[in-house]
Design a binder for this molecule. Structure first.
Ligand code: ATP
Ligand code: MG
Length: 393
């Protein structure tokens, strides 16, 4: 039986966006990401991208790839049928016969977008349902809570049977909301924040602050690994690594210890401003969540924002750690995030960071240190790595 992948995008996401740009972007991404899975015919119609293998293709890989493209709400792997009741029934039985033998309840759901087809959705569902019950007389129909749903779709090109909506990545296509810099530590939160904003269409550049010799090569490898996991969703992107120790040492020498965390965060943000300007980004993304640590109280956030020349997007701000962790597990970054390598923040953490720093005292403390030149030098000494999950991107 010939298989096809039906990648569906939601109408809701199209509101306010240019539909053609959106669709063309999706098609381009699909073609690129499937290049090493075989040869495919890729067409769009009725809010669906039809991905049909030409000759032999790796359908498992293709399905996995499509599930990671932002903009699709569902990916259905279906069997292609002729547009006749007989063929739809035969293919439904061939596909689901074995499963239905072990099932008590089922339903048939039909969608007919080809209005010229001789049966409407209700009639088609009734016919196919009756046919399957004839083959498996023990079956009962359950509309509300069936163990198995057999979906039949009659579209313009062909008809299809499949087992119902398999979740897609959701969101809107990468790049359709512009470009931003994500401040990426090796922790749990920032990769999740990056994932969430990429899903809302942001094309990201990652910025990582490292403090060799206080932080190791392994700590950097961990960040590279996290970014490469994210690139499976976002496509290839750049990781800008900033050597930050000189700035931290200067803050340590000249400023009160209790303000170290907030001052360091402001320096990071100012250097990220430079990355934004250079990389033409319109916003900064962080993994902060309100109240999680000393640098994430309202007064501390006020001080951080004061250093930013771009809007700071904090998608995790209202989330609990358990919620963040469950997303980290889902996107497969959690196990890497919890590897115990040192971070540039933890290396210099003060024992008692001030949780309610005042902007005026923070600015005054900062004036005591010569940070401008060191921050510029750190930016100039950046190392850029491009994460190549997809050879073809
Ligand atoms: P994460 O789990 O992302 O490390 P966190 O809970 O450890 O976050 P903080 O250490 O206060 O919280 O960091 C807050 C945010 O600041 C991070 O989510 C990240 O966006 C940014 N950040 C922290 N350390 C770095 C770093 N070394 N390089 C780049 N960004 C960083
Ligand atoms: Mg951290």
């Amino acid at each position: 039986m010939a298989e096809i992948l039906l990648a569906k995008y939601g109408e809701v996401a199209l509101k306010g966006l240019n539909r053609h740009t959106f669709e063309n972007q999706l098609l381009k991404t699909v073609r690129r990401r499937l290049r090493d899975a075989g040869e495919f015919r890729v067409r769009k119609a009725q809010s669906t991208v039809f991905v049909e293998p030409i000759g032999s293709a790796d359908m498992d890989l293709a399905e996995e790839r499509l599930k990671k493209i932002f903009g699709f709400i569902a990916i259905d792997r279906a069997i292609i049928c002729n547009k006749t009741l007989e063929d739809i029934e035969a293919k439904a039985e061939e596909t689901f016969g074995e499963i239905l033998e072990k099932t008590r309840t089922f339903k048939v759901a039909c969608k007919r977008s080809d209005k010229k087809f001789y049966l409407n959705s209700m009639e088609l569902a009734r016919e196919v349902g009756a046919y399957l019950i004839e083959k498996h007389p023990h079956l009962k129909v359950s509309m509300d809570d069936p163990e198995v749903t057999v979906v039949c779709e009659v579209r313009d090109f062909d008809a299809y049977v499949h087992g119902g909506n398999k979740e897609g990545a959701g969101g809107i296509p990468t790049g359709s909301s512009g470009r931003a810099a994500i401040m990426m530590s090796g922790g749990i939160d920032s990769p999740v924040a990056g994932f969430m904003m990429a899903r809302r269409g942001l094309d990201l550049v990652a910025v990582h602050f490292m403090s060799p010799p206080y932080t190791s090569e392994r700590a950097l490898d961990k960040v590279v690994k996290l970014c490469s996991i994210l690139s499976e969703w976002m496509g290839n992107f750049a990781l800008v690594c900033i050597p930050f120790a000189e700035v931290q040492l200067e803050i340590g020498r000249k400023c009160p210890e209790e303000l170290f965390t907030v001052l360091m965060r402001r320096s990071m943000v100012r250097i990220t401003n430079m990355v934004c300007e250079y990389e033409k980004c319109g916003a900064i993304v962080t993994g902060e969540s309100l109240g999680q640590v000393a640098s994430q109280t309202m007064p501390a956030i006020t001080c951080t924002d004061d250093a930013a020349e771009y809007p700071v997007l904090r998608p995790l701000i209202g989330m609990d750690k358990t919620e963040i962790i469950s997303i980290a597990r889902k996107i497969d970054t959690f196990d890497t995030s919890i590897l115990p390598y040192e971070d540039c923040c933890t290396v210099f953490t003060p024992k008692h960071p001030k949780t309610k720093p005042k902007l005026s005292e923070v600015r005054a403390a900062e004036a005591e240190a010569q940070l401008d030149a060191l921050e510029r030098a750190a930016f100039d000494a950046r190392e850029v790595r491009v994460l190549h999950f997809f050879d073809q991107d």
